[in-house]
Design a protein around this ligand. Structure first.
Ligand code: SAH
Ligand code: SF4
Ligand code: F3S
Length: 450
C-alpha cells in the first residue's frame, strides 16, 4: 500500500521506462510497488522524476542500441537536475555491469536481473555518498520478494502479469537470455497463489503467468508442483475470470497440458509456442530439441483436443547457414499451421551465445528480404483469419477504454484477438458477449449482445 509521505517531506516521483519482454514489465511493476511502499508516486512526466528507472533488454543488437541511446539522452536532464537518480536494471545492466557506468558517468545505479528487489536499499545508500553503484548478485533470491499492495495507478488494471519462474536452462545457441537471466528457478506455488489472491482483491480479473519456459515449471520444488498442478490450483483457489501463460517450449509441451485447455474453464484457449524455424537442419543448429514434424504433430494433437485454440509463435530469419531452402521450409510451416499471430525477427549476433562463432553468417540484405516476404505472408494469413471471425460470437473480457479515443471499449477474445465495441464503461472488468461485425489487420470490431 502506498504509505503517505511525511508531511514535511516533498512528494518524490518515480519514472519508469521498460524495454523488452513481459518479464521486464513485471519486474518494473515490482520496482514501482517497492518504491511506492517507500513513499514514491509514479509519474509519466520524466522532468518531474526524482528517480528514473530504465529496465533494459538485450535479446537483439537493436534492443541494446536503443538502451544506449535512451540512457545517453538523459545526460542533459541530469545536468539540469543533479539530484535526479538514474537507475538502469534488466538484461543489458546484467550483461554490461561496470561497462555501463564507465560509458555513462551520469548513471547512478546499475542493478542486475537478480537484484531488482534491492533497488530501494541501493537508492538509500546512494543518498548518503552519491557514488555510482553496480549491483550484480550471482544468485537469484529464494523467491521473488513480493510487496503487498499496488501503486494506485495499477490497481485499476483488469489484467496483471505474475512471474512464476526466473531464468532459463535451454541455451538455444542464438539466445542471450540464459546468460543474463541465469538458471531456471521456479517460485513456490503458495507464493504465486498469495500474489494472485492479492491481485484479485484489488480488482484484477485476468492473470498472465510468465516464464521463459513455463512448461518446465516446478523442477526442484518437489512433488505435485508441475505446471499443470499449478494451473489446477489456481483454478480451484481463485475466482479469476481468465488465466493465460507465456512462453512455452515445444519440446516440453505435454499431452497433460494440452488436455488442461479442455479441463480448466478459466484457462484461455490460447497458446504462444515459438517454432523459430521450419527447417530441421536449422532447428538442430539452434539446439531446439524438436523437429518440424514434432512441432506439427503437437499442433495437430492440440487442435484435436481443442479445435478453437488460438495460436501464436516466434520465428527468426537469417540464422547462420540458413539457405533459401531452409527459409522456404519456414514459410511452408507457417502455411500449414496458419498462426493467428506471429512475432518475427532477423537473427542478430549476441555476445556470450554459441552462434556468434557459427560460420556462414547471412548478409543483412538477405535477412531483410526474407523477413519482408515472411511478414507479407503472415499479414495475409492474419487478415484472412480475422475476416473469418465476422459473424461469430465471443466472450470478451472488457479491459478499458479503447485507445482510439472514440469512446469504445476494448477487450480480447479467449484466443487473444483485440476487439473494440460500443458499450458502457461499467462493463470493464467483466466478461461480455460480443458479435464480430468487422475485421482489420490487427483488431476486430464487434457489437455487444444484450
Ligand atoms: N523464452 C522464449 C523466448 C525469449 S526471446 C522462448 O524460448 O520462446 C523472444 C524471441 O526473440 C525468441 O523466441 C526468438 O525468436 C527471438 N530471439 C532470441 N534471440 C535472438 C537473436 N539472437 N536474434 C534474433 N532473434 C532472437
Ligand atoms: Fe532463449 Fe531458448 Fe531459453 Fe527461450 S528457451 S529464453 S529462446 S534459451
Ligand atoms: Fe529481453 Fe531480457 Fe526479456 S533480453 S526479451 S528483457 S529476458
Amino acid at each position: 500500500m502506498k504509505s503517505a509521505p511525511h508531511p514535511s517531506s516533498r512528494q518524490k516521483y518515480l519514472y519508469t521506462h521498460t524495454f523488452g519482454c513481459q518479464m521486464n514489465e513485471y519486474d518494473s511493476l515490482r520496482v514501482q510497488r517497492a518504491l511506492s511502499a517507500r513513499g514514491y508516486a509514479c509519474t509519466d512526466i520524466m522532468e518531474q522524476a526524482d528517480v528514473i528507472f530504465i529496465n533494459t533488454c538485450s535479446v537483439r543488437e537493436k534492443a541494446e542500441q536503443k538502451v544506449h541511446s535512451f540512457v545517453g539522452r538523459l545526460r542533459k536532464l541530469k545536468n539540469r537536475k543533479p539530484s535526479l537518480k538514474i537507475v538502469v536494471g534488466g538484461c543489458v545492466a546484467q550483461q554490461l555491469g561496470e561497462k555501463l557506468t564507465e560509458k555513462f558517468d551520469h548513471l547512478d545505479i546499475v542493478v542486475g536481473t537478480r537484484g531488482v528487489h534491492a533497488i530501494g536499499d541501493l537508492l538509500d545508500q546512494h543518498e548518503w555518498d552519491r557514488r555510482q553503484r553496480v549491483h550484480l548478485p550471482g544468485d537469484a533470491p529464494e523467491d521473488i520478494p513480493y510487496e503487498h499492495g499496488l501503486p494506485e495507478k495499477l490497481s485499476a488494471k483488469v489484467t496483471a502479469p505474475v512471474t512464476i519462474m526466473q531464468g532459463c536452462n535451454n541455451f538455444c545457441t542464438y539466445c542471450i537470455v540464459p546468460h543474463v537471466r541465469g538458471p531456471e528457478k521456479s517460485r513456490p506455488p503458495d507464493h504465486i497463489l498469495l500474489e494472485i489472491q492479492a491481485l484479485e482483491s484489488s480488482g484484477v480479473r485476468e492473470v498472465l503467468l510468465l516464464g521463459q519456459n513455463v512448461n518446465s515449471y516446478g523442477k526442484g520444488l518437489g512433488e505435485n508442483t508441475s505446471f499443470v498442478d499449478l494451473l489446477r490450483r489456481i483454478q480451484a483457489e481463485t475466482q479469476l475470470l481468465r488465466l493465460r501463460f507465456t512462453t512455452s517450449h515445444p519440446k516440453d509441451l505435454t499431452t497433460e497440458l494440452m488436455e488442461a485447455f479442455a479441463e480448466l474453464p478459466m484457462l484461455c484457449k490460447n497458446l504462444h509456442l515459438p517454432f523459430q524455424s521450419g527447417s530441421d537442419r536449422i532447428l538442430a543448429r539452434m539446439n531446439r530439441n524438436y523437429s518440424s514434424v514434432d512441432y506439427l504433430r503437437k499442433i495437430d494433437h492440440l487442435r484435436r483436443i481443442c479445435p478453437e485454440m488460438g495460436l501464436s509463435s516466434d520465428v527468426m530469419v537469417g540464422f547462420p547457414g540458413e539457405t533459401e531452402e531452409d527459409f522456404q521450409d519456414t514459410l511452408r510451416l507457417m502455411e500449414r499451421v496458419r498462426f493467428d499471430n506471429l512475432f518475427s525477427f532477423q537473427y542478430s549476433d549476441r555476445p556470450m551465445t554459441q552462434s556468434v562463432n557459427f560460420p556462414h553468417k547471412i548478409p543483412k540484405s538477405i535477412k531483410t528480404r526474407r523477413l519482408t516476404q515472411l511478414q507479407a505472408l503472415q499479414a495475409r494469413i492474419t487478415l484472412e483469419k480475422n475476416l473469418a471471425e465476422i459473424g461469430k460470437r465471443h466472450n470478451v473480457l472488457a479491459e478499458g477504454k479503447s485507445r482510439s479515443g472514440d469512446g469504445q471499449i476494448t477487450g480480447r477474445t479467449e484466443q487473444n484477438r483485440a476487439v473494440n465495441f460500443s458499450g458502457p464503461l461499467s462493463a470493464v472488468g467483466s466478461l461480455v458477449r460480443v458479435e464480430i461485425k468487422e475485421a482489420f489487420s490487427h483488431s476486430l470490431k464487434g457489437q455487444l449482445i444484450s
